[in-house]
Write a protein that binds this ligand. Sequence first.
Ligand SMILES: *[C@@H]1O[C@H](CO)[C@@H](O)[C@H](O)[C@H]1NC(C)=O
Ligand SMILES: *[C@@H]1O[C@H](CO)[C@@H](O)[C@H](O)[C@H]1NC(C)=O
Ligand SMILES: *[C@@H]1O[C@H](CO)[C@@H](O)[C@H](O)[C@H]1NC(C)=O
Ligand SMILES: *[C@@H]1O[C@H](CO)[C@@H](O)[C@H](O)[C@H]1NC(C)=O
Ligand SMILES: *[C@@H]1O[C@H](CO)[C@@H](O)[C@H](O)[C@H]1NC(C)=O
Ligand SMILES: *[C@@H]1O[C@H](CO)[C@@H](O)[C@H](O)[C@H]1NC(C)=O
Ligand SMILES: *[C@@H]1O[C@H](CO)[C@@H](O)[C@H](O)[C@H]1NC(C)=O
Ligand SMILES: *[C@@H]1O[C@H](CO)[C@@H](O)[C@H](O)[C@H]1NC(C)=O
Ligand SMILES: *[C@@H]1O[C@H](CO)[C@@H](O)[C@H](O)[C@H]1NC(C)=O
Ligand SMILES: *[C@@H]1O[C@H](CO)[C@@H](O)[C@H](O)[C@H]1NC(C)=O
Ligand SMILES: *[C@@H]1O[C@H](CO)[C@@H](O)[C@H](O)[C@H]1NC(C)=O
Ligand SMILES: *[C@@H]1O[C@H](CO)[C@@H](O)[C@H](O)[C@H]1NC(C)=O
Ligand SMILES: [Cu+2]
Length: 564
Amino acid sequence: MKIFSLQVFGFLFLVSVFASEAAVRRATFVVQETSYTRLCDTKKILTVNGQYPGPTLYAETGDTIIVDVQNKGNQNITLHWHGVKQPRNPWTDGPEFITQCPIKPGGRFSQRVILSDEEGTLWWHAHSDWSRATVHGAIVIRPKQGTNYPFPKPHKEVPLILGDWWKSDIEEVLQEFIRTGGDPNASDALTINGQPGDFYNCSKQDTFKLIVDYGKTYMLRMINAGMNNILFFGIANHTFTIVGQDAAYVKPFKSDYITITPGQTLDVLVEANQPPNHYYMASKVYIGAGLAPFVRSTTTAVLEYRGNYTASSPPPLPILPNITNSTAPQSFSANLRSLASADHPIKVPVNVDQKFLFTVSVNFVPCNNTTDCRTANNQRFRASINNITFQSPKIDILEAYYRGINGVYGDDFPANPPLEFDYTADNLSAALRIPRNGTEVRVIPFNTTVELVYQGTNLLRGIEHPMHLHGYSFFVVGTGLGNFDREEDPKRYNLVDPPLVNTISVPRNGWTAIRFTADNPGVWLMHCHFERHITWGMEMTFIVRNGKRSEQKILSRPSDMPPC
Ligand SMILES: *[C@@H]1O[C@H](CO)[C@@H](O)[C@H](O)[C@H]1NC(C)=O
Ligand SMILES: *[C@@H]1O[C@H](CO)[C@@H](O)[C@H](O)[C@H]1NC(C)=O
Ligand SMILES: *[C@@H]1O[C@H](CO)[C@@H](O)[C@H](O)[C@H]1NC(C)=O
Ligand SMILES: *[C@@H]1O[C@H](CO)[C@@H](O)[C@H](O)[C@H]1NC(C)=O
Ligand SMILES: *[C@@H]1O[C@H](CO)[C@@H](O)[C@H](O)[C@H]1NC(C)=O
Ligand SMILES: *[C@@H]1O[C@H](CO)[C@@H](O)[C@H](O)[C@H]1NC(C)=O
Ligand SMILES: *[C@@H]1O[C@H](CO)[C@@H](O)[C@H](O)[C@H]1NC(C)=O
Ligand SMILES: *[C@@H]1O[C@H](CO)[C@@H](O)[C@H](O)[C@H]1NC(C)=O
Ligand SMILES: *[C@@H]1O[C@H](CO)[C@@H](O)[C@H](O)[C@H]1NC(C)=O
Ligand SMILES: *[C@@H]1O[C@H](CO)[C@@H](O)[C@H](O)[C@H]1NC(C)=O
Ligand SMILES: *[C@@H]1O[C@H](CO)[C@@H](O)[C@H](O)[C@H]1NC(C)=O
Ligand SMILES: *[C@@H]1O[C@H](CO)[C@@H](O)[C@H](O)[C@H]1NC(C)=O
Ligand SMILES: [Cu+2]
């Protein structure tokens, strides 16, 4: 037996491990109001352990981390471990009113974060209202002792978290957004590791810096923790080698820029092979054909070579794709393929038991209050999947399912769009735009192989949707523009080395086909990772039933589940 320590924001924990077993690690997360200054404004934000971004959780493949979450803030909160499959353990997955009721002020909840085959970078974030704007952090999962990266070990590994900063209180932004029915206010700045960077006078002295040694290779553990935008990121004069995505390895490929959606993570290598200097790392929004307000400025950090030289002032900036260039994200993601090597084999479902086609739409509903309906013509935005706008129940779906409580949810989520139409046509009839409300789940028997095609629609405005599934990673077997063709498109699927991810950007007015084996029993949320679309109702829930054997059933209910 060996003992090692885990440092989380000043608390030192001693953890004992049997060398042959996966380790159990512990961390304490205190949710609290913390005074922060950004953009020359000081305000209170919700943090974990006083940190923004929050503390990084470190683990090795297959470990379990027990996080003791204490809510010392003044609002309800839940925490989600994004991309962690949590085998048989939906209990501590986190989405509010899906798998738990919120942790109330003064409450606590000991959350087991059960890792299995994830290796790379994931993250954790609040999963109640819009608290995740400031309540988030990295999860770093290194190869188990005795195993290696499928590439030379980088000299250093650095989490780089992209985020948003609002000068206003995030709850006020949310409340105003809900009340008016229009788009939410854009954030006031993008951030890299919490800092807007050199283009903001009030951030300049604290701009994030990565000091590098010439000739060494660095791994950037990139996370888009931003709320509402897909982002571009680059480093002047340096080329990336992308090696991982959503804690699964990909075939290495080179690119001058990356595209990263909210919810997505990327592991990228950067070789410090340029003349010693200071170079800007920069990120800005990819907006495509979207119309929602967004922050137009660029956030920066600095890659700084160690040594004695006169640095260029200002440092060179990376050249990022135009914010409207939809080819740039598409050609970037087309390069992402599973490593699918002997050491990292993949098991793509070949025969499919159940096929689903889900339309993902932004909608309009009429409303009647001119003060409140900021949007034109007394309309209010909504969003839907298969024409259903998700309505949050009052007690969580998992509890209702586990205890057999009726009336909390229905099990009629449609396998196909209730109405077939030319999803991506221009000028669709306004009558199609109004969705219906519902709290419907789709029940899937244990071990079913599932194919799910996300079909974007142009009902109101076609836009990309970064769709995220809890409890699973899934293979992205195909994608295309226009309407999905059930006969022709499957012929071009990639069943050899499709990427294995937990979040996928469905192209504007296009489709994406994913496959997974439903071997993780539980209640699992599926939603768009644009926060404004979640608020508009772009969510649904899968219930994957227990298998016959005891190791195929949901674990028993923890006794400290937060009460409703
Ligand atoms: C949102 O933006 C509008 C226009 O700039 C401003 O008047 C309003 O105060 C903002 N709301 C919040 C909550 O920041
Ligand atoms: C930042 O500071 C510079 C120099 O003091 C000043 O010229 C500039 O107007 C400031 N910019 C902003 C946005 O405040
Ligand atoms: C960075 O690249 C640009 C364009 O390729 C070049 O002009 C510049 O000299 C390079 N800067 C450094 C410091 O190498
Ligand atoms: C840096 O280089 C300059 C000129 O070559 C030299 O004068 C100076 O002492 C060096 N500084 C350090 C800290 O090595
Ligand atoms: C981006 O593309 C649009 C449309 O092609 C063009 O009008 C705009 O000038 C471009 N912006 C930049 C910064 O290149
Ligand atoms: C869009 O971005 C890609 C990748 O950077 C580039 O190759 C292409 O030329 C850009 N297209 C336009 C119209 O700017
Ligand atoms: C709006 O108000 C009018 C007049 O009171 C009413 O006829 C109509 O049904 C209302 N519409 C909605 C969507 O509530
Ligand atoms: C319309 O909105 C205003 C401002 O929020 C509110 O005071 C009023 O009660 C609302 N009227 C109706 C009929 O909902
Ligand atoms: C959605 O459902 C509503 C209410 O049943 C209906 O009016 C509308 O046409 C449907 N739209 C689509 C695209 O299915
Ligand atoms: C749908 O739910 C919203 C509240 O979430 C409510 O305002 C609206 O009236 C509901 N629509 C229908 C058709 O029931
Ligand atoms: C799942 O089903 C496949 C055949 O469809 C079977 O080979 C496999 O053993 C099943 N797995 C479990 C865990 O039941
Ligand atoms: C906090 O959560 C409880 C349910 O657990 C709910 O009754 C209460 O309304 C919530 N409070 C707020 C401010 O949302
Ligand atoms: Cu969306």
